[in-house]
Design a binder for this molecule. Sequence first.
Ligand code: SAM
Length: 231
Amino acid sequence: MTHPQANLTQLQTEAAQRSLIERELTARFAPEDEVLRDAQARASAAGMPAIQISPVQGKLLQVLATACGARKILEIGALAGYSGTWLARALPPEGRLITLEVSAKHAGVARETYAQAGLADRVDLRLGPALETLAGLTGEAPFDLIFIDADKGNYPGYLDWAVKLSRPGSIIVADNVIRSGRAFQSPPPDESAEGAAAYNAKLLANPRLLSVAFPMDDGGLDGFAISVVLP
Ligand code: SAM
């Protein structure tokens, strides 16, 4: 029988390896500039939670936006403008990121980030509960890429809107669909896991969506689901 201490040491070694790899990948593929670092510092100074995506996730969003030639991007959940900066930087000058945020405090900090990034002309932050704002966006659809990263309980509703506001070829990305595996428990043990589980089930049941999910953040315990809208 393996001694429990040996298992613990192995786990600690694996966690250290994963963290080293993440640091190397970030340094090589997704280094942050001053704007991105300041977005996090500004959020922290304002007492906001550090729940933004990772740099590699930001870079992946840029790659996806570029791959689909995105001119119109929709984001649900702005926080301090960190992911929005990665996304808006993939837009052409005439492109537009519409980002939805319920907190006036977060919105204020995010706007400072977009201004510092020189992206204020490209980013349109709409304040209010996203489900209400989404209902008013049909005239501005379709969006080429939609990024969902807000309250998990509303993820299934956000997916319905994302599909309505998309076109064939649009990409829909959602963060936090794994929740340390809690999204796969039956029943899911908390509201956020329940939202993620319902989101995943809805994706997989929709024949118009080609989808995949994989671990990306929180030391590999959470991650993205990515879907392409089929014709
Ligand atoms: N996407 C951001 C990033 O990576 O930089 C992180 C977003 S954070 C995880 C979630 C954000 O969603 C918070 O700023 C929160 O205030 C916002 N939010 C929560 N519920 C919302 C709702 N019903 N409508 C709009 N925004 C909401």
